[in-house]
Design a protein around this ligand. Structure first.
Ligand SMILES: NC(=O)c1ccc[n+]([C@@H]2O[C@H](COP(=O)([O-])OP(=O)(O)OC[C@H]3O[C@@H](n4cnc5c(N)ncnc54)[C@H](O)[C@@H]3O)[C@@H](O)[C@H]2O)c1
Length: 261
């Protein structure tokens, strides 16, 4: 119960990685707000987590809309009295070749995955500063923000921007006792991946991943517990890749075996 009595807000928590992180934090005793553009999904995810005995709230938010973000933070504070942890996770996928990327697709991806993350982080950080007892902010970036995968012009640029934003936030928020870090997932089995990854994409990934498999959302949840807990108090501005070795691998010759999950 490392997070007992903490209040955690998870954007995009109705499903996938966000819901898995919410489940992990609830297991450690945190009270949970799930905020998602899918209002019904947020409410039913919150109801499911309440079965584990923690207090929960499910609310609608569009992270790309500042009034909606401010209403979300106000709603969390009204309900729980405080905010200790932000999991800045809401995002959309994207896989369009550079030459075919239309301005409206670029703007949509940047407005949700980068501007949206900025709006949420700023509103939550201000709340934590006002409360005066620190906090934890985990931004969910991506290996696509570190490597030049094809089709990732907009998505990768947004995630690379989020990694840099994390560094600036960590510098400026240190004096308030707020830890700001990234988790960068590699290829993770979620509905987003099911839609975006065809068979060719899957085998291309597995060729480049030393562990020769996709990760599970629960493996991201396990990493998040560390970054949300007191044990990580001196970890600041860091990007924790949770990617089966994808980001570090060089030439891999010879046979490789799938690593058990
Ligand atoms: N799945 C992967 O392989 C992978 C890899 C690297 C990074 N990521 C990142 O992890 C995060 C979660 O991805 P996932 O695979 O669980 O995706 P997902 O599509 O399964 O879940 C994303 C959630 O975000 C919500 N959402 C989308 N737009 C929103 C908005 N404007 N406001 C509020 N909520 C919104 C969706 O309704 C959904 O519930 C994303 O930021 C994604 O970029 C995923």
């Amino acid at each position: 119960m490392r997070l007992k009595d903490k209040t955690a807000l998870i954007t995009g928590g109705a499903r996938g990685i966000g819901f898995a992180i919410a489940t992990s934090l609830a297991r450690e005793g945190a009270n949970i707000c799930i905020a998602d553009i899918n209002a019904d999904g947020a409410k039913s995810a919150a109801a499911k987590l309440a079965e584990s005995g923690v207090r929960t709230l499910g609310i609608e938010v569009n992270v790309a809309d500042q009034p909606s973000v401010q209403a979300m933070v106000g709603g969390v504070v009204r309900h729980f009295g405080k905010l200790d942890i932000l999991i800045n996770n809401a995002g959309i996928g994207g896989n369009t070749p550079f030459l075919q990327t239309k301005l409206e697709d670029w703007n949509r991806t940047i407005s949700i995955n980068l501007t949206g993350a900025f709006l949420v982080a700023q509103a939550c950080a201000q709340q934590m500063v006002d409360q005066g007892h620190g906090g934890k902010i985990i931004n969910i970036a991506s290996l696509s923000g570190q490597r030049g995968g094809n089709g990732r012009a907009a998505y990768g640029s947004a995630k690379a921007g989020l990694e840099l934003l994390t560094k600036v936030m960590s510098v400026e928020l240190s004096e308030y006792g707020i830890n700001v870090n990234n988790i960068a997932p590699g290829a993770i089995e979620t509905e987003m991946a099911a839609t975006a990854h065809d068979a060719a994409t899957r085998s291309a990934y597995n060729y480049l991943i030393p562990m020769v498999r996709y990760g599970s959302p629960e493996e991201i949840g396990d990493a998040a517990i560390f970054l949300c807990s007191d044990e990580s108090r001196y970890v600041q501005g860091h990007t924790l890749n949770v990617d089966g070795g994808f980001g570090t691998a060089g030439l891999m010759f010879g046979g490789r075996k799938k690593t058990p999950s």
